[in-house]
Design a protein around this ligand. Sequence first.
Ligand SMILES: NC(=O)c1ccc[n+]([C@@H]2O[C@H](COP(=O)([O-])OP(=O)(O)OC[C@H]3O[C@@H](n4cnc5c(N)ncnc54)[C@H](O)[C@@H]3O)[C@@H](O)[C@H]2O)c1
Length: 447
Amino acid sequence: MKNNPSLDSSGKISRRRFLGAAAATLAFPTFIPSSALGLGGTTAPSNRITIGSVGCGGMGTGNTRSFLDQNDCQVIAACDVDKKHLSGLVQVVNRKYENKDCKAYHDYRELMARKDIDAVMLAVPDHWHELVAVEAARQKKDIYGEKPLARTIAEQQAMVKAVADAGRIWQTGSWQRSVPIFHKAAEIVRNGLIGTVKHIEVGLPKDYNDAENSQKDHMTVIEPPPELDYNFWIGPSQMMPYIPARLHRHWRWNYNTGGGQLMDWIGHHCDIAHWGCDFDNSGPSEVQGHGVFPPKGEVWDAAKTYKIELKYPGNISMTIAGGDPDIKMGTKWIGTDGWVHVTRGAFSASNKEWESYAQLPENLRKIKLYESSNHHRNFIDCIKSRKPTITPASTAHHSAIPGHLGLISMLLDGRKLKWDVSAEKILNDDQASQMLTRPFRAPWKLD
Ligand SMILES: NC(=O)c1ccc[n+]([C@@H]2O[C@H](COP(=O)([O-])OP(=O)(O)OC[C@H]3O[C@@H](n4cnc5c(N)ncnc54)[C@H](O)[C@@H]3O)[C@@H](O)[C@H]2O)c1
């Protein structure tokens, strides 16, 4: 709290900051809706959390809409290096508030330098997560940041440190934690209803799920369109010729910018697997992964199918797989006395009674996990209370580590890696250790 100059000791926006913002508004008079004055049951501007959205593509638009639905926050700025995406989101915001106040930025550093912005929503491609998040923490913003935490483990470590050092509130976009069936499944496992956990299956997608779309007409090298600052978009990654099918949304399928289906989903189903086993600050001690990669020279290089075997404390093993017919999408914990499986929209278990878990006797449900029914709401509440969110940065860091290590092993033809959980080091492979980070293209540097 004391790190945020614009919040007072109760977590509210300070009057001084509000008056400054009000003066700025007067310089550019706009229509002020009654809701902005705190009428009609809404929150007055002096008590609203102000938000800047960075990354106005698919998820950035979705997240921003969720914040627009919360009447005690106000989105006042948006940033993107693609003018089309930027103006699209600015319009969404202005339409909602019936004004023209949402300011557009090309460079996230300018948005973050604004003292009247309390929090930022970050939904840039994975290769940008670290730079943008560390700048946000440095500028004392609270942060809603997307999964996976970052492109490499070293980048994740830098982010966790920056957020902790600056005392910021962080929520990861691992929103499954705020959905009741995932909460129920994890709580059943944590309360030992399935006995001692022996094995966990984490089923993720295979291939590239937007391949059909992009293959139609976007697979060749062309000039970047005028609305896109391609050099900025590539940022810290290696420069590559502009091929539309490597950009918006499709950047996931290239390791230069993303991590394939494995890293796209690790922050969902592996995150839930960890939650059920109390592994939010733990991780695997051994990891071995195998991937089937496309032929060299293709537009995308991410593995199309993959399977990773991991060993965890307590003699627990885990299999993470994409494209294995025996492993269902979602998370399945298998214990000495039963099993539970959960995925989006479906829960099943070896014992039918667990479906009505809330009706079971209290003595079977002693361990209560953090409860949130709305992920974005939870972030705003935590900004005010200064309490940790349901998925803080360190949790996201640990949820993604199995994927990062699995990917490194896959890229090294299935070499078995030994991981020191507390030192966060690979113990037995120098080449693999070097892959915990990656070179940053100048002038960008790992903070
Ligand atoms: N939580 C979820 O369920 C979920 C779902 C989808 C995506 N995501 C995550 O959201 C993030 C964005 O994914 P997406 O699908 O929206 O990608 P996208 O390509 O649709 O959007 C990314 C946007 O960021 C912009 N951008 C790139 N570099 C930038 C920079 N330096 N500054 C400002 N803007 C920049 C791009 O121009 C683009 O508009 C990723 O981390 C992804 O993993 C999360």
